[in-house]
Design a protein around this ligand. Structure first.
Ligand SMILES: Nc1nc2c(ncn2[C@@H]2O[C@H](COP(=O)(O)OP(=O)(O)O)[C@@H](O)[C@H]2O)c(=O)[nH]1
Ligand SMILES: [Mg+2]
Length: 405
Protein backbone atom coordinates (compact mmCIF):
# COMPACT_ATOMS: atom_id res chain seq x y z
CA UNK A 1 0.00 0.00 0.00
CA UNK A 2 1.29 3.46 -0.83
CA UNK A 3 1.56 5.79 2.10
CA UNK A 4 -0.76 8.76 1.89
CA UNK A 5 0.74 11.99 3.17
CA UNK A 6 -1.28 14.22 5.43
CA UNK A 7 -3.01 16.92 3.38
CA UNK A 8 -3.14 20.50 4.56
CA UNK A 9 -5.53 22.68 2.56
CA UNK A 10 -5.10 26.43 2.55
CA UNK A 11 -7.21 28.86 0.53
CA UNK A 12 -5.59 31.96 -0.92
CA UNK A 13 -8.10 34.78 -1.23
CA UNK A 14 -8.32 38.52 -1.98
CA UNK A 15 -9.48 40.83 -4.76
CA UNK A 16 -8.06 40.52 -8.27
CA UNK A 17 -4.49 41.71 -8.65
CA UNK A 18 -3.43 41.33 -5.02
CA UNK A 19 -0.97 38.56 -5.94
CA UNK A 20 -2.75 35.29 -5.16
CA UNK A 21 -1.38 33.47 -8.19
CA UNK A 22 2.04 35.05 -7.70
CA UNK A 23 2.09 33.86 -4.08
CA UNK A 24 1.14 30.31 -5.08
CA UNK A 25 3.68 30.23 -7.90
CA UNK A 26 6.51 31.36 -5.62
CA UNK A 27 5.64 29.07 -2.72
CA UNK A 28 4.90 25.89 -4.69
CA UNK A 29 7.71 26.38 -7.20
CA UNK A 30 5.26 25.50 -10.00
CA UNK A 31 6.62 28.06 -12.42
CA UNK A 32 3.94 27.76 -15.10
CA UNK A 33 1.15 29.15 -12.91
CA UNK A 34 -0.13 32.17 -14.76
CA UNK A 35 0.32 35.52 -13.07
CA UNK A 36 -1.35 38.57 -14.60
CA UNK A 37 0.83 41.09 -16.34
CA UNK A 38 -1.76 43.84 -16.58
CA UNK A 39 -5.34 44.66 -15.76
CA UNK A 40 -6.62 41.42 -17.20
CA UNK A 41 -7.25 38.73 -14.58
CA UNK A 42 -6.10 35.16 -15.23
CA UNK A 43 -7.53 33.14 -12.35
CA UNK A 44 -11.06 32.50 -13.48
CA UNK A 45 -11.71 29.30 -11.57
CA UNK A 46 -11.02 27.93 -8.13
CA UNK A 47 -7.87 25.90 -8.65
CA UNK A 48 -5.90 23.82 -6.15
CA UNK A 49 -2.13 23.31 -6.41
CA UNK A 50 -0.37 20.72 -4.23
CA UNK A 51 3.29 20.53 -3.28
CA UNK A 52 5.37 18.57 -0.81
CA UNK A 53 6.53 20.41 2.28
CA UNK A 54 7.42 19.53 5.86
CA UNK A 55 6.49 15.89 5.33
CA UNK A 56 2.97 16.82 4.26
CA UNK A 57 1.00 17.47 1.11
CA UNK A 58 0.22 21.16 1.12
CA UNK A 59 -2.62 22.25 -1.15
CA UNK A 60 -2.93 25.94 -1.92
CA UNK A 61 -6.26 26.87 -3.43
CA UNK A 62 -6.20 29.76 -5.88
CA UNK A 63 -9.50 31.63 -6.03
CA UNK A 64 -10.97 34.26 -8.36
CA UNK A 65 -11.34 37.67 -6.74
CA UNK A 66 -13.85 40.50 -6.92
CA UNK A 67 -13.30 43.00 -9.69
CA UNK A 68 -12.49 40.20 -12.09
CA UNK A 69 -12.49 41.24 -15.74
CA UNK A 70 -14.46 38.22 -16.88
CA UNK A 71 -16.81 37.42 -14.00
CA UNK A 72 -19.37 39.20 -11.85
CA UNK A 73 -18.76 39.39 -8.11
CA UNK A 74 -21.85 37.25 -7.58
CA UNK A 75 -20.42 34.55 -9.80
CA UNK A 76 -17.11 34.74 -7.94
CA UNK A 77 -18.85 34.27 -4.60
CA UNK A 78 -20.81 31.38 -6.02
CA UNK A 79 -17.71 29.68 -7.49
CA UNK A 80 -15.91 29.92 -4.17
CA UNK A 81 -18.96 28.70 -2.24
CA UNK A 82 -19.50 25.77 -4.59
CA UNK A 83 -15.90 24.65 -4.28
CA UNK A 84 -15.97 25.02 -0.52
CA UNK A 85 -19.20 23.10 -0.04
CA UNK A 86 -18.24 20.37 -2.49
CA UNK A 87 -15.00 19.76 -0.58
CA UNK A 88 -16.65 20.01 2.81
CA UNK A 89 -19.10 17.32 1.75
CA UNK A 90 -16.08 15.11 1.07
CA UNK A 91 -14.86 15.78 4.59
CA UNK A 92 -12.11 18.17 3.52
CA UNK A 93 -11.60 21.11 5.84
CA UNK A 94 -9.41 24.14 5.38
CA UNK A 95 -6.47 24.51 7.73
CA UNK A 96 -6.49 28.19 7.06
CA UNK A 97 -6.92 31.08 4.68
CA UNK A 98 -4.27 33.48 3.47
CA UNK A 99 -6.08 36.72 2.70
CA UNK A 100 -3.97 38.94 0.48
CA UNK A 101 -4.03 42.72 0.30
CA UNK A 102 -1.66 45.04 -1.60
CA UNK A 103 0.29 47.28 0.75
CA UNK A 104 0.73 49.60 -2.25
CA UNK A 105 -2.99 50.53 -2.16
CA UNK A 106 -3.32 54.04 -0.78
CA UNK A 107 -6.79 53.30 0.49
CA UNK A 108 -9.32 50.50 0.32
CA UNK A 109 -11.28 50.91 -2.88
CA UNK A 110 -14.95 49.93 -3.26
CA UNK A 111 -14.15 46.39 -4.37
CA UNK A 112 -11.78 45.72 -1.48
CA UNK A 113 -14.30 47.01 1.03
CA UNK A 114 -17.05 44.87 -0.42
CA UNK A 115 -14.76 41.84 -0.57
CA UNK A 116 -13.59 42.15 3.01
CA UNK A 117 -17.19 42.36 4.24
CA UNK A 118 -18.21 39.36 2.14
CA UNK A 119 -15.14 37.48 3.34
CA UNK A 120 -16.09 38.00 6.96
CA UNK A 121 -19.55 36.56 6.33
CA UNK A 122 -18.13 33.69 4.33
CA UNK A 123 -15.77 32.62 7.16
CA UNK A 124 -17.75 33.44 10.26
CA UNK A 125 -16.15 34.14 13.65
CA UNK A 126 -15.05 30.57 14.27
CA UNK A 127 -12.91 30.18 11.14
CA UNK A 128 -11.48 33.69 11.38
CA UNK A 129 -8.97 32.38 13.90
CA UNK A 130 -7.38 30.52 10.99
CA UNK A 131 -7.07 33.60 8.78
CA UNK A 132 -3.82 35.39 8.02
CA UNK A 133 -4.47 38.92 6.78
CA UNK A 134 -1.39 39.25 4.62
CA UNK A 135 -0.02 42.30 2.89
CA UNK A 136 1.85 41.85 -0.41
CA UNK A 137 4.10 43.83 -2.76
CA UNK A 138 6.32 45.32 -0.07
CA UNK A 139 9.06 45.81 -2.65
CA UNK A 140 6.92 48.53 -4.23
CA UNK A 141 6.57 50.77 -1.14
CA UNK A 142 9.09 52.32 1.18
CA UNK A 143 9.21 50.62 4.55
CA UNK A 144 7.89 53.53 6.63
CA UNK A 145 4.97 54.14 4.30
CA UNK A 146 4.12 50.44 4.30
CA UNK A 147 4.23 50.22 8.07
CA UNK A 148 2.01 53.23 8.48
CA UNK A 149 -0.53 51.71 6.07
CA UNK A 150 -0.37 48.41 7.88
CA UNK A 151 -1.19 50.24 11.14
CA UNK A 152 -4.14 51.96 9.46
CA UNK A 153 -5.41 48.59 8.27
CA UNK A 154 -5.08 47.08 11.74
CA UNK A 155 -6.85 49.97 13.41
CA UNK A 156 -9.42 50.55 10.70
CA UNK A 157 -12.92 49.15 10.80
CA UNK A 158 -12.40 46.55 8.07
CA UNK A 159 -9.45 44.63 9.43
CA UNK A 160 -10.05 45.74 13.02
CA UNK A 161 -13.23 43.68 13.19
CA UNK A 162 -11.54 40.63 11.69
CA UNK A 163 -8.63 40.93 14.10
CA UNK A 164 -10.95 41.21 17.10
CA UNK A 165 -12.52 37.96 15.98
CA UNK A 166 -9.17 36.23 15.85
CA UNK A 167 -7.51 36.87 12.47
CA UNK A 168 -3.79 37.73 12.54
CA UNK A 169 -1.80 40.17 10.45
CA UNK A 170 1.25 38.95 8.51
CA UNK A 171 3.41 40.02 5.58
CA UNK A 172 4.45 38.28 2.41
CA UNK A 173 7.80 39.61 1.29
CA UNK A 174 7.61 38.11 -2.20
CA UNK A 175 9.94 35.14 -1.65
CA UNK A 176 9.40 31.43 -1.19
CA UNK A 177 10.91 31.54 2.30
CA UNK A 178 8.54 34.29 3.35
CA UNK A 179 5.55 32.36 1.97
CA UNK A 180 6.63 29.17 3.72
CA UNK A 181 6.72 31.01 7.04
CA UNK A 182 3.00 31.61 6.59
CA UNK A 183 2.45 27.96 5.71
CA UNK A 184 4.42 26.95 8.84
CA UNK A 185 2.01 28.96 10.95
CA UNK A 186 -1.08 27.42 9.39
CA UNK A 187 0.22 23.84 9.56
CA UNK A 188 -0.19 23.99 13.31
CA UNK A 189 -3.78 25.23 13.20
CA UNK A 190 -6.84 23.12 13.88
CA UNK A 191 -8.83 22.87 10.60
CA UNK A 192 -12.26 24.48 10.89
CA UNK A 193 -15.39 24.68 8.76
CA UNK A 194 -16.34 28.07 7.35
CA UNK A 195 -19.81 29.48 7.95
CA UNK A 196 -20.62 29.10 4.26
CA UNK A 197 -19.79 25.37 4.42
CA UNK A 198 -21.84 24.83 7.54
CA UNK A 199 -24.77 26.79 6.15
CA UNK A 200 -24.89 25.17 2.72
CA UNK A 201 -23.90 21.59 3.60
CA UNK A 202 -24.80 21.34 7.28
CA UNK A 203 -28.07 23.26 7.23
CA UNK A 204 -29.10 22.93 3.60
CA UNK A 205 -29.56 26.67 3.08
CA UNK A 206 -30.02 28.27 -0.31
CA UNK A 207 -27.56 30.95 -1.36
CA UNK A 208 -29.63 34.00 -0.34
CA UNK A 209 -30.16 32.52 3.13
CA UNK A 210 -26.43 32.22 3.88
CA UNK A 211 -24.73 35.16 5.55
CA UNK A 212 -22.50 35.77 2.53
CA UNK A 213 -25.40 35.47 0.07
CA UNK A 214 -27.59 37.75 2.18
CA UNK A 215 -24.84 40.33 2.27
CA UNK A 216 -24.34 40.10 -1.48
CA UNK A 217 -28.06 40.56 -2.07
CA UNK A 218 -28.21 43.63 0.17
CA UNK A 219 -25.21 45.08 -1.68
CA UNK A 220 -26.93 44.58 -5.01
CA UNK A 221 -30.18 46.13 -3.79
CA UNK A 222 -28.42 49.24 -2.53
CA UNK A 223 -26.36 49.40 -5.70
CA UNK A 224 -29.54 49.32 -7.74
CA UNK A 225 -31.07 52.09 -5.65
CA UNK A 226 -27.94 54.15 -6.10
CA UNK A 227 -28.00 53.74 -9.89
CA UNK A 228 -31.69 54.55 -9.96
CA UNK A 229 -31.05 57.82 -8.11
CA UNK A 230 -28.18 58.62 -10.45
CA UNK A 231 -30.41 57.98 -13.43
CA UNK A 232 -33.09 60.26 -12.00
CA UNK A 233 -30.54 63.04 -11.54
CA UNK A 234 -29.29 62.59 -15.06
CA UNK A 235 -32.82 62.77 -16.38
CA UNK A 236 -33.36 66.14 -14.73
CA UNK A 237 -30.03 67.42 -15.99
CA UNK A 238 -31.07 66.30 -19.42
CA UNK A 239 -34.35 68.28 -19.17
CA UNK A 240 -32.43 71.39 -18.17
CA UNK A 241 -30.03 71.01 -21.07
CA UNK A 242 -32.96 70.53 -23.38
CA UNK A 243 -34.53 73.80 -22.22
CA UNK A 244 -31.24 75.62 -22.72
CA UNK A 245 -30.85 73.96 -26.11
CA UNK A 246 -27.37 72.82 -25.02
CA UNK A 247 -26.93 70.04 -27.53
CA UNK A 248 -23.42 69.09 -26.62
CA UNK A 249 -24.38 68.61 -22.99
CA UNK A 250 -27.51 66.73 -23.98
CA UNK A 251 -25.43 64.32 -26.00
CA UNK A 252 -22.99 63.75 -23.16
CA UNK A 253 -25.78 63.18 -20.65
CA UNK A 254 -27.46 60.72 -22.96
CA UNK A 255 -24.29 58.69 -23.16
CA UNK A 256 -23.90 58.78 -19.39
CA UNK A 257 -27.47 57.65 -18.90
CA UNK A 258 -26.94 54.71 -21.20
CA UNK A 259 -23.93 53.68 -19.11
CA UNK A 260 -25.86 53.83 -15.85
CA UNK A 261 -28.77 52.00 -17.39
CA UNK A 262 -26.42 49.19 -18.34
CA UNK A 263 -24.95 49.03 -14.83
CA UNK A 264 -28.44 48.97 -13.37
CA UNK A 265 -29.39 46.09 -15.61
CA UNK A 266 -26.25 44.19 -14.67
CA UNK A 267 -26.97 44.59 -10.97
CA UNK A 268 -30.53 43.44 -11.57
CA UNK A 269 -29.31 40.38 -13.49
CA UNK A 270 -26.90 39.49 -10.68
CA UNK A 271 -29.63 39.81 -8.08
CA UNK A 272 -31.99 37.64 -10.08
CA UNK A 273 -29.25 35.07 -10.52
CA UNK A 274 -28.54 35.05 -6.80
CA UNK A 275 -32.23 34.55 -6.12
CA UNK A 276 -32.40 31.65 -8.55
CA UNK A 277 -29.86 29.75 -6.46
CA UNK A 278 -32.30 27.53 -4.67
CA UNK A 279 -31.08 24.38 -3.01
CA UNK A 280 -31.62 22.15 -6.06
CA UNK A 281 -29.82 24.62 -8.32
CA UNK A 282 -26.85 24.64 -5.97
CA UNK A 283 -26.83 20.86 -5.82
CA UNK A 284 -26.52 20.88 -9.59
CA UNK A 285 -23.61 23.30 -9.49
CA UNK A 286 -21.92 21.20 -6.85
CA UNK A 287 -22.38 18.10 -8.96
CA UNK A 288 -20.81 19.90 -11.90
CA UNK A 289 -17.89 20.87 -9.65
CA UNK A 290 -17.50 17.28 -8.45
CA UNK A 291 -17.53 16.09 -12.05
CA UNK A 292 -14.85 18.58 -12.95
CA UNK A 293 -12.74 17.34 -10.07
CA UNK A 294 -13.25 13.72 -11.11
CA UNK A 295 -12.21 14.58 -14.64
CA UNK A 296 -9.08 16.19 -13.24
CA UNK A 297 -8.33 13.15 -11.11
CA UNK A 298 -8.78 10.90 -14.11
CA UNK A 299 -6.32 13.02 -16.06
CA UNK A 300 -4.00 12.95 -13.06
CA UNK A 301 -3.88 9.18 -13.16
CA UNK A 302 -1.38 9.42 -16.02
CA UNK A 303 2.17 8.80 -14.78
CA UNK A 304 5.61 9.83 -15.95
CA UNK A 305 8.07 7.03 -16.66
CA UNK A 306 11.79 7.74 -16.56
CA UNK A 307 14.23 5.16 -17.89
CA UNK A 308 17.04 4.32 -15.48
CA UNK A 309 19.41 4.48 -18.40
CA UNK A 310 18.48 8.10 -19.04
CA UNK A 311 20.66 9.13 -16.13
CA UNK A 312 23.68 11.27 -16.75
CA UNK A 313 22.52 14.85 -17.29
CA UNK A 314 23.43 18.06 -15.49
CA UNK A 315 22.67 18.62 -11.85
CA UNK A 316 21.47 22.10 -10.83
CA UNK A 317 21.33 23.53 -7.35
CA UNK A 318 18.49 25.81 -6.32
CA UNK A 319 17.42 27.10 -2.95
CA UNK A 320 14.99 24.38 -1.96
CA UNK A 321 15.70 21.64 -4.42
CA UNK A 322 18.55 20.19 -6.34
CA UNK A 323 17.37 19.33 -9.80
CA UNK A 324 18.56 16.98 -12.41
CA UNK A 325 17.55 17.06 -16.08
CA UNK A 326 16.57 13.87 -17.80
CA UNK A 327 13.84 12.58 -20.11
CA UNK A 328 10.48 11.04 -19.36
CA UNK A 329 7.37 9.73 -21.05
CA UNK A 330 3.75 10.37 -20.16
CA UNK A 331 2.02 7.02 -19.67
CA UNK A 332 -1.76 6.67 -19.45
CA UNK A 333 -1.81 2.91 -19.04
CA UNK A 334 1.20 1.36 -17.39
CA UNK A 335 0.27 -2.07 -18.79
CA UNK A 336 0.33 -0.90 -22.37
CA UNK A 337 3.96 -1.58 -23.31
CA UNK A 338 3.76 0.49 -26.48
CA UNK A 339 3.28 3.63 -24.47
CA UNK A 340 6.86 3.15 -23.27
CA UNK A 341 8.05 3.43 -26.84
CA UNK A 342 6.74 6.99 -27.09
CA UNK A 343 9.06 9.86 -27.83
CA UNK A 344 10.39 11.13 -24.46
CA UNK A 345 10.36 14.79 -23.44
CA UNK A 346 12.64 16.78 -21.13
CA UNK A 347 11.86 16.62 -17.43
CA UNK A 348 13.63 17.86 -14.33
CA UNK A 349 13.82 15.58 -11.32
CA UNK A 350 13.83 17.58 -8.12
CA UNK A 351 14.95 16.42 -4.75
CA UNK A 352 15.17 18.20 -1.48
CA UNK A 353 18.73 19.39 -0.99
CA UNK A 354 20.75 17.56 1.59
CA UNK A 355 18.94 14.27 1.32
CA UNK A 356 21.23 12.72 -1.24
CA UNK A 357 24.37 14.14 -2.73
CA UNK A 358 24.38 14.82 -6.48
CA UNK A 359 27.42 12.54 -6.69
CA UNK A 360 25.17 9.68 -5.62
CA UNK A 361 22.84 10.59 -8.46
CA UNK A 362 25.56 10.55 -11.04
CA UNK A 363 26.72 7.20 -9.70
CA UNK A 364 23.29 5.91 -10.65
CA UNK A 365 22.33 5.02 -7.12
CA UNK A 366 19.25 7.12 -7.80
CA UNK A 367 16.99 4.23 -8.60
CA UNK A 368 18.24 1.95 -5.85
CA UNK A 369 15.53 -0.03 -4.20
CA UNK A 370 14.56 1.26 -0.82
CA UNK A 371 15.38 4.84 -1.75
CA UNK A 372 13.21 7.58 -0.38
CA UNK A 373 10.22 8.89 -2.32
CA UNK A 374 11.30 12.50 -1.93
CA UNK A 375 11.92 12.91 -5.65
CA UNK A 376 9.53 14.88 -7.79
CA UNK A 377 8.88 16.07 -11.32
CA UNK A 378 6.81 19.19 -11.91
CA UNK A 379 4.62 18.64 -14.95
CA UNK A 380 1.45 20.33 -16.17
CA UNK A 381 1.17 22.61 -13.11
CA UNK A 382 1.50 19.79 -10.60
CA UNK A 383 3.98 17.65 -8.70
CA UNK A 384 4.59 14.02 -9.64
CA UNK A 385 6.17 11.92 -6.92
CA UNK A 386 8.62 9.08 -7.47
CA UNK A 387 7.17 5.71 -6.51
CA UNK A 388 10.18 3.36 -6.41
CA UNK A 389 7.93 0.43 -5.63
CA UNK A 390 6.16 0.86 -8.95
CA UNK A 391 9.23 0.62 -11.21
CA UNK A 392 8.63 -1.58 -14.24
CA UNK A 393 10.64 -3.27 -16.96
CA UNK A 394 9.68 -2.64 -20.58
CA UNK A 395 11.71 -3.65 -23.64
CA UNK A 396 14.44 -4.88 -21.23
CA UNK A 397 14.79 -1.42 -19.80
CA UNK A 398 14.00 -0.37 -16.28
CA UNK A 399 11.55 2.53 -15.79
CA UNK A 400 10.87 4.41 -12.59
CA UNK A 401 7.34 5.72 -12.20
CA UNK A 402 6.35 9.17 -10.98
CA UNK A 403 2.69 9.63 -10.18
CA UNK A 404 0.57 12.66 -9.32
CA UNK A 405 1.25 13.91 -5.82
N1 LIG B 1 6.71 43.01 -6.41
C1 LIG B 1 5.70 42.18 -6.20
N2 LIG B 1 4.80 42.02 -7.19
C2 LIG B 1 3.77 41.18 -6.96
C3 LIG B 1 3.62 40.49 -5.72
N3 LIG B 1 2.50 39.78 -5.79
C4 LIG B 1 1.98 40.01 -7.01
N4 LIG B 1 2.73 40.85 -7.72
C5 LIG B 1 2.41 41.34 -9.09
O1 LIG B 1 1.06 41.79 -9.07
C6 LIG B 1 0.37 41.43 -10.27
C7 LIG B 1 -0.90 40.65 -9.97
O2 LIG B 1 -0.57 39.40 -9.42
P1 LIG B 1 -1.47 38.10 -9.60
O3 LIG B 1 -0.79 37.02 -8.86
O4 LIG B 1 -1.80 37.82 -11.03
O5 LIG B 1 -2.80 38.57 -8.84
P2 LIG B 1 -4.14 37.75 -8.57
O6 LIG B 1 -5.18 38.34 -9.45
O7 LIG B 1 -4.46 38.00 -7.13
O8 LIG B 1 -3.88 36.31 -8.85
C8 LIG B 1 1.38 40.65 -11.09
O9 LIG B 1 1.93 41.53 -12.04
C9 LIG B 1 2.43 40.21 -10.10
O10 LIG B 1 3.69 40.06 -10.70
C10 LIG B 1 4.60 40.70 -4.69
O11 LIG B 1 4.54 40.17 -3.58
N5 LIG B 1 5.62 41.55 -5.00
MG1 LIG C 1 -4.71 35.03 -10.18
Amino acid sequence: MEDQKKEIIIAVMGVTGTGKSYFIREVTGISDIEVSSGLHSCTTEVQPYSFPYAGAKITLVDTPGFNDTTKSDTQVLLDISTWMSSNYRKGKLLSGIIYLHRITDVRMDGSSVKYVKMFRKLCGPNALQNVLLTTTQWSNVNQAQGESRERELRDGMFWGGLITEGASVTRFMGTRESGLELIDKLIGYQPKPLDIQDQIVGRGMEMTETNAGKFMNEELVSLQEEYQRDLEDLKQEHQKAKKKKDNLRKKRLKKERAQFQKKLEEAEAQRKYLESLRVDMMKKLEEAEAKKQEERERRDRAVIAVASEAIGGDVHFQSMFTSYSTRGRLIYDINDVWEFAKEPFDVEILYQSGILSPIALILKTFFDPGMSDDYYIIYNQGYYQCKPSRSVERFSENFVIFSKF
